[in-house]
Design a protein around this ligand. Structure first.
Ligand code: ADP
Length: 602
């Protein structure tokens, strides 16, 4: 190594950190009194090439300081030897003037270097002195200070770079870990990914489970040691490592486990001297820990701990996500099970209902058939009875037999309705379809009712909105008569005396299919919205059962609740649609109802 450069080359800077002060830099002592001759200083400079300058002190008083360069420059001048070498240094101090830079030893290298670089004087020429707290004064080579500063700048960049690299790999690990949601996979992956950034002998992911730490993933263990063998009790002892981790929520590491009393070493595992435990935290709560070992003593550095700590927070998030996912999957499975169980029950109930409905239909059919015979007999005899002179000749007798006949007729109607329903239920309703002009049919039904029920109840029937030029529909005339008769009777029945029923009929098209649409609108009591569909079910009445004994023609006079079910069956059998509209049920405001029937033209 060349002597000239030795000064700066030999300077050791590796020990410096960002917090280092001037006291950590090499300094030089060269103090002389003011009366010392310049030649003495020159000789010393000659002997010690590292000396950056000289301090001149009179007792405790600092007279001045000058750098090697300033000194040599003065001496090298014409008469320099004459003026300076052979005379006291005080003369040189006087000529150069007080130009040195004084710094405190406690100042950081960074701030000192900044100060020197910012000072207006030519700092490379001026002497740099450090004052220690005890008053001691030393010289520092300005080049060493600058070198130290640039070394620290490099350190900063390196730290920055390390930080960025760590952040990047943590990000990548975070992605890797959250890529999988299955708890078993996530835990295995944690140890695998960790091994990529930090080597270790044995690793465990453990979760707190009551009074134990349960192992959910292991790495580096012999195959015959199973996860459930690695169950660690959390001891009721403040020295217990996990308890310490939970309480401090900070990592703990042991440089030599054999020296730790709270450590239990398994006989079936080789001793790994260093141990590191890092808490896995979720929302501030410690849910488990990462446990790592290394074979050598003091195997984990502070940097390693920080790295594992950063990794642990990523792992904790991934674990928590996987746990939630697990929970949801469980819940889903449970829900699915419950749904299929309920579906099964519903299906069973539905089957039972279907059977019951079938029983009811069978009963209706049987009862209707059974009742028809005796009623026909009764009807025959009653009609004969009516013609007998004994009856004809007596007003009371005539009235009584008349009553019997009306009753029989009403029973007949009910039995016929029951038979219709039975046929609809068993799909045995026969349709004898022929081209039918609805305006004619509606007119005939209307006329009949005006003469009878509508007239009696003073309910006006208005057919003016029936389009007479309507196309013919292909339909069974008897069934159509039954349908519209039923709807008109209902309209009159549920409209108070003096009301009005308006019938409209027009051609329309739905999805290019031509239909005839008939609307029967009344000014009656209306229908509650919740009943608009239910009224088409058989035996459904919104009215009170108590009114059923009242006359068939009467306002709100009850029926068996079969009329609209039959109407729906007839319309369906013709490929049409029936529905009701109403603003609601109100016997005072009388919102009215409208029944629509749509029948295909072709
Ligand atoms: P019901 O034999 O009771 O008249 P329906 O099947 O013909 O049986 O009608 C079922 C129920 O629908 C009736 O009890 C009645 O409450 C209601 N309803 C039918 N038509 C009308 C209408 N035009 N206005 C108000 N309510 C009606």
């Amino acid at each position: 190594m060349m002597r000239r450069n030795s000064m700066t080359h030999q300077v050791k800077l590796d020990h410096l950190t960002l917090q280092s002060t001037l006291a950590d830099l090499p300094s030089h002592d060269f103090l002389v009194g003011p009366r010392v001759l310049g030649s003495v200083v020159a000789a010393r400079f000659e002997a010690e090439p590292e000396l950056p300058g000289v301090v001149i002190r009179a007792g405790e008083r600092l007279v001045g300081a000058f750098s090697r360069r300033q000194f040599l420059e003065k001496v090298g001048k014409l008469y320099g030897i004459e003026v300076y070498l052979n005379r006291p240094v005080a003369i040189m101090v006087k000529n150069i003037g007080p130009r040195h830079i004084a710094l405190q030893s406690t100042q950081t290298i960074q701030s000192a270097a900044e100060m020197v670089l910012r000072s207006p004087a030519n700092f490379f020429e001026d002497a740099l002195i450090v004052v220690f707290p005890d008053g001691h004064v030393a010289l520092i080579d300005v080049r060493v200070l600058i070198l130290a500063q640039s070394h620290l700048l490099g350190l900063v960049t390196e730290i920055e770079q390390q930080r960025r690299q760590l952040a990047e790999s943590m990000q990548r690990i975070g992605r890797e870990l959250s890529g999988s949601l299955e708890l078993g996979q996530v835990t295995k992956r944690i140890l695998k990914e960790l091994n990529k950034v930090l080597s270790y002998e044995r690793g465990l992911v453990m979760l707190a489970d009551g009074e134990h730490l349960k192992t959910i993933a292991k790495r580096g263990f012999p195959k015959d040691i199973k996860k459930h063998d690695l169950l660690i009790p959390i001891r009721d002892d403040e020295d217990d490592v996990f308890r310490r981790i939970v309480e401090s929520r900070e990592p703990i590491w042991l440089d030599d486990v054999t020296g730790d009393e709270s450590w239990t070493q398994r006989d079936d595992l080789p001793v790994n001297y260093s141990w590191l435990g890092v808490p896995l935290k979720h929302q501030g709560r410690v849910m488990g820990m990462l446990s790592l070992t290394r074979e050598e003593r003091a195997g984990f550095s502070e940097d390693d701990v920080r790295l594992v700590q950063a990794f642990g927070s990523q792992a904790a998030v991934a674990l928590e996500n996987a746990r939630l996912y697990d929970e949801i999957t469980h819940l889903n499975n449970h829900l699915e099970e419950m749904v299929s169980q309920r579906t099964l029950e519903l299906n069973k109930a539905y089957e039972i209902l279907e059977r019951l409905d079938k029983n009811k239909s069978d009963f209706i059919s049987v009862a209707a058939h059974e009742l028809r015979t005796p009623i026909t007999v009764m009807s025959g005899y009653a009609q004969i009875l009516e013609t007998l002179p004994v009856i004809q000749g007596d007003v009371n007798n005539k009235m009584m037999v008349g009553g019997i006949n009306t009753g029989i007729k009403r029973m007949h109607r009910i039995i016929n309705s029951m038979l219709d329903i039975a046929r609809l239920d068993s799909d045995t309703m026969k349709i004898h379809a022929e081209p039918l002009l609805l305006p004619l049919l509606l007119g005939k039904v209307g006329m009949e009712l005006t003469k009878g029920m509508a007239g009696e109840r003073r309910v006006a029937l208005d057919f003016s909105a029936v389009d007479d030029s309507l196309s013919a529909v292909l339909a069974d005339p008897d069934l159509m008569q039954k349908l519209f008769h039923g709807l008109l009777v209902n309209a009159i029945k549920y409209t108070p005396d003096g009301g009005e029923v308006r019938v409209a009929a027009r051609e329309t098209a739905v999805d290019d299919e031509p239909f005839v649409e008939v609307c029967i609108a009344d000014t009656g009591i209306g229908i509650p919205p919740e009943s608009l569909e239910l009224i088409f079910e058989k035996f459904y009445q919104t009215g009170e059962v108590a009114l059923h004994s009242s006359g068939f023609m009467k306002f709100k006079g009850g029926g068996p609740g079969l009329g609209l079910a039959i109407a729906k069956g007839i319309v369906a059998a013709h490929g049409g649609k029936i529905w009701a509209e109403s603003a609601g049920y109100d016997e005072e405001r009388l919102p009215g109802s409208a029944f629509y029937v749509r029948l295909p033209i072709s």
